[in-house]
Design a protein. Structure first.
Length: 344
């Protein structure tokens, strides 16, 4: 196969940051995706409808001239989020979900939820208005091994949550384990996003030739058996699994230091990375549904009417990209990749 034409995809898990950083990275997403679920973990986070409205306006103002893109906004769940805020979010029509971060789990999660049961009134409201809950599914207990935090979260917190609220629609974000795949398959009203890095790499890449900070993300890459499980899920044709890059821009000097930030930057070349992953298991025929159909269907939004085309050709991913403070290093910087999106 030398060309691959798809209904234009959407990104169902994206970090855009704000200010100068937003203006630097947004063109990469707009080039490939028609819409995106935008993460609310700014500093301070997006906790109210009015904060989401203001952030949405800043995103719209940063869209390159002549391009079309729709940011789908989310609220950052805290111990103090009220059911009234959920009702207002549903009425807004531009807020599509609420995002759960365990306090201290990842970038700008300090104000996240300390105990899921503190939010039961919020979950009741979300279930009533059918608003999805997006979960960063890890525990933060320091006694739990970092490679086990997703599996422990599912067992100790997510299974009880779904037992209490069986009609709450849930997206387990950026899944990394076979346990997550099995949970999603077995549980009603539950879906999962999958990143390109978790499809392409296992944890060995983090230490290949030395510590590789630009492959470090949370949840962290896992063993090969888990990579194989999520690759099988992504390419299975099951509508519970769909594209979410979790593209997370951090300046080079914030990644390459004694306590580097978690996150892989893939917005520049996300579709090419996904194509490479699907091709690795002869499943390119399943890519369009994973990238373009299942996400909109879960969020009850229309599929896009435009198309994009990928061409089978080899090119080199840039070594770095201009970015505030320093530069931005894309995943697999400087390496060859074998698919390329055609420019419109």
């Amino acid at each position: 196969m030398q060309t691959l034409t798809l209904i234009q995809p959407d990104d169902w898990h994206l970090h855009l940051r704000d200010g100068a950083a937003l203006k630097a990275v947004l063109p990469h997403t707009v080039r490939q995706f028609s819409r995106a679920i935008v993460m609310p973990n700014l500093k301070p986070p997006v906790r109210s409808v009015e904060e989401a409205r203001a952030y949405r306006h800043r995103i719209l103002a940063a869209i390159p001239s002549g391009k079309q893109f729709e940011p789908l906004m989310t609220l950052y769940l805290t111990d103090n989020t009220s059911p009234a805020e959920i009702m207002a979010a549903q009425a807004s029509q531009f807020i599509k979900a609420v995002k759960y971060y365990p306090a201290g789990a990842t970038t700008h999660s300090d104000l996240g939820v300390t105990d899921l049961r503190r939010c039961d009134r919020v979950f009741e409201a979300m279930q009533a208005v059918d608003m999805p809950l997006l979960l960063h599914g890890e525990v933060t207990d320091p006694a739990v091994d970092v490679f086990e935090r997703e599996a422990v979260f599912i067992e100790k917190h997510l299974i009880p949550l779904k037992q209490r609220y069986p009609n709450l629609r849930v997206v387990l974000e950026h899944i990394t384990t076979s346990e997550a795949v099995q949970f999603v398959l077995a549980t009603d009203k539950t879906a999962a996003t999958i990143t390109p890095q978790h499809l392409l790499f296992n944890r060995n890449i983090l230490f290949k030739g030395g510590i590789r900070p630009h492959y470090y993300c949370l949840p962290i890459l896992k063993q090969e058996e888990h990579r194989q499980a999520i690759l099988q899920a992504a390419t299975s044709g099951n509508p519970k699994f769909f594209l979410g890059t979790d593209s997370a821009p951090h300046a080079r000097n914030r990644k390459e230091n004694s306590c580097g930030c978690a996150g892989c930057y893939t917005a520049l070349h996300a579709l090419e990375l996904y194509a490479e992953a699907f091709e690795s298991v002869q499943a390119l025929d399943k890519l369009e549904a994973f990238a373009s159909f299942y996400g909109p269907d879960f969020y009850r939004l229309p599929r896009n009417g435009t198309q994009i085309t990928l061409v089978k050709t080899t090119w080199n991913i840039p070594q770095e990209i201009p970015f505030p403070e320093s530069s931005l290093i894309p995943l697999r910087a400087g390496e060859a990749i074998t698919w390329k999106m055609m420019e419109n």
